[in-house]
Design a protein around this ligand. Structure first.
Ligand code: NAD
Ligand code: ISE
Length: 339
């Protein structure tokens, strides 16, 4: 049984605790912490015998914690991931790995210094049935070379702390990771086009159109709309030389009634990616309890996503095309996405 400590008991922290205690096998939550101590205590009250720690640092040091799950706000991730590496404990960190590429590189360097993989980043789309099916089609080569991918990432609404750049650093960062994985190559450059502003978004520039140039020449466009009200809608279509392939409609039911056809749209990411998060964390638990090494998105993937995300932010600010330059990839990550 893998004994996990969870840092951050907000929305996704509670959701991951629910799945680790009620859905997944081979894992128990033995410790929690949150700067909002009342929330952590409330969550622990629903668990059998979980310790509430005063800080993430205390939780990492707890001998009853074999592995750490970081679900606190992005700017706190670096500290807890570095702390886990220093303690030699596997750490699953929600995206983003850290909020700057420099911080991500420090994590990569710490892991390389440790001499083996300990870090996995929460890019759960790689575990989604629809994305996996889409990648399987692309990998057969039956579409020919991929030329374009059209994506839409639509949120019904976003929280108050969401800032101008969050559309790229917090939201489109999922597509940034996904296209590196989908095409097995790095992103070479980013551009951002700014359309007319939605009145639903207040001061935010919403929507945005992010254009990614892949190293192999394919172009990816990502519509990022984060106040679209009608629901949480994730789309993706690959255009190849001989055909196209798209994520399917995800609702298991369509209702025809009163001269209308109604297909439900998920409310948010918890509903849309429910199964993907389950598979992601179950595979992580199995890998850690098995060979002791995580197999999912690595610290290098987290770093690469941060560099592209920074390029996207620079492109948004300047209106220019911004190239992506990655550091040399350490040998520890050589089996990863080809440059
Ligand atoms: P949230 O605000 O609901 O929860 C974050 C929690 O972290 C809060 O309870 C806060 O008090 C706590 N916290 C902040 N600083 C802390 C610290 N130093 N130590 C301990 N606890 C601390 O936010 P959320 O929506 O749950 O997001 C948390 C993280 O998960 C973010 O990095 C976010 O990007 C990521 N996330 C990922 C997905 C996904 O689809 N993979 C979805 C939502 C959120
Ligand atoms: C949130 O943090 C997530 O990661 C969701 O998957 C994404 O859709 C949302 O835009 C982010 O704010």
């Amino acid at each position: 049984m893998l004994r996990v400590g969870v840092i951050g008991t907000g929305m996704i922290g509670r959701d991951h605790i629910r799945r680790m205690t009620r859905v997944l096998a081979g894992v128990e939550v033995t410790a929690v912490t949150d700067v909002d101590t009342a929330t952590a205590r409330q969550v622990a009250a629903g668990l059998s015998g979980a310790t509430v720690h005063a800080s993430g640092t205390d939780l990492i040091a707890d001998p009853a914690v074999d592995a750490v799950v970081v679900c606190s706000w992005g700017p706190t991730h670096e500290q807890y991931v570095l702390g886990s590496i220093a303690a030699g404990k596997p750490v699953f960190c929600e995206k983003p790995l850290a909020t700057t590429q420099q911080a991500c590189l420090r994590i990569v360097e710490a892991e390389v210094g440790y001499g083996g993989r300990l870090v996995q980043v929460g890019y759960m789309r790689r575990y989604d049935e629809a994305y996996r099916a889409l990648k399987a089609v692309v990998d057969t080569g039956e579409l020919g070379a991929p030329l374009l991918m059209h994506c839409a990432h639509r949120n019904a609404a976003v929280p108050g702390f969401y800032e101008k750049e969050s559309a790229i650093t917090d939201t489109a960062v999922h597509e940034i990771d996904m296209v590196r994985w989908m095409f097995g190559e790095e992103v070479a450059a980013a551009r951002v086009l700014v359309p007319r502003r939605s009145r639903n978004g207040g001061d935010l520039q919403d929507p945005l159109l992010l254009i990614l140039e892949m190293a192999g020449g394919a172009l990816v466009d990502v519509e990022i709309s984060v106040n679209i009200r009608y629901g949480y809608d994730i789309r993706g279509e690959v255009v190849g030389e001989n055909g196209t392939a798209a994520l399917g409609e995800l609702s298991p039911v369509t209702v025809r009634r009163n001269q209308q056809v109604v297909t439900p749209v998920p409310a948010d990411w918890r509903e849309r990616f429910l199964r993907a998060y389950d598979v992601e964390l179950q595979e992580w638990v199995d890998a850690i309890t098995g060979a002791g090494v995580p197999l999912g998105p690595s610290a290098w993937d987290g770093y690469a996503a941060a560099v592209v995300s920074d390029a996207g932010v620079a492109a948004l600010r300047s209106g220019e095309r911004v190239g992506v330059t990655l550091a040399d990839r350490p040998k520890l990550y050589t089996a990863e996405v080809a440059a």
